[in-house]
Ligand binder design. Structure first.
Ligand code: FES
Length: 217
């Protein structure tokens, strides 16, 4: 491997290639592999984001070194990919976000048909856990909150990124990528942005069987 890995031009070519690969990934039809890929990316994100935040925190104590480094377009690009504001304090743990900037994320094909799926007995679902499922290329999540069960798309609105590593707060789901908060009763985002999760109807029959009405193409 070269000592200096890339000059700026090669770095820019590598970014173009990454963009192309991300676009190819959007076209993958195998939902399981797509989720696996984005889970891997998410963990790459985590292991890079923390040390990067620490580096920027230290740099904030050395203005001269900081301004020299921030003249380097590759350093600036890295900070922007991790949503790190270079002129302010780096984000605190928990504030943050994703390796793939939100504006690069595309929308999947709209959903058209409906069918009821039998998911097993209601008691098989532990309280306040997220269960990732799929049917006909529709990735969805099931969560039981007390005696209620919610089913919704495993895909943040306007993106292809999965939500199954998100966190539940009361009846809200927080997206693990950029922190959008969704109300599982309505699907509405609470962030004042025009985002909404697809919510699927659920039903528990007299024998305790959980059924979900899924919409798919
Ligand atoms: S992917 Fe950005 S908030 Fe969910």
């Amino acid at each position: 491997m070269k000592k200096v890995l890339f000059d700026n031009e090669e770095y820019s070519e590598a970014l173009d290639m990454l963009n192309k690969l991300m676009m190819d990934a959007e076209l993958m039809t195998d939902v399981d592999h797509k989720v696996l890929l984005y889970n891997i990316l998410q963990y790459f994100d985590y292991i890079h984001r923390e040390p990067l935040n620490r580096i920027i925190k230290l740099l904030n104590k050395n203005e001269m070194l900081k301004s020299e480094l921030l003249q380097d377009e590759t350093v600036l690009k890295l900070c922007s990919l991790y949503d790190i504001p270079v002129d302010e304090s780096p984000l605190d743990k928990g504030e943050v976000l994703a390796f793939i900037p939100e504006d690069q994320i595309k929308i999947l094909t709209p959903i058209k048909h409906k069918t009821w799926l039998e998911m097993g007995h209601f008691s098989e679902f532990e309280d306040r856990k997220l269960y990732a499922k799929n049917f006909e290329k529709v990735n969805f999540l099931i969560s039981r909150l007390g005696s209620d069960v919610y089913a919704f798309s495993n895909q943040c609105d306007g993106s292809i990124l999965p939500m199954d590593k998100g966190t539940l707060e009361d009846h809200y789901l927080i997206c693990p990528w950029h922190g959008c908060k969704y109300d599982l009763k309505t699907g509405e985002s609470l962030n004042g942005v025009d985002k909404k999760l697809d919510i699927f109807q659920t039903e528990i029959d007299e024998n305790g069987l959980l059924k979900i009405e899924i919409e798919y193409c």
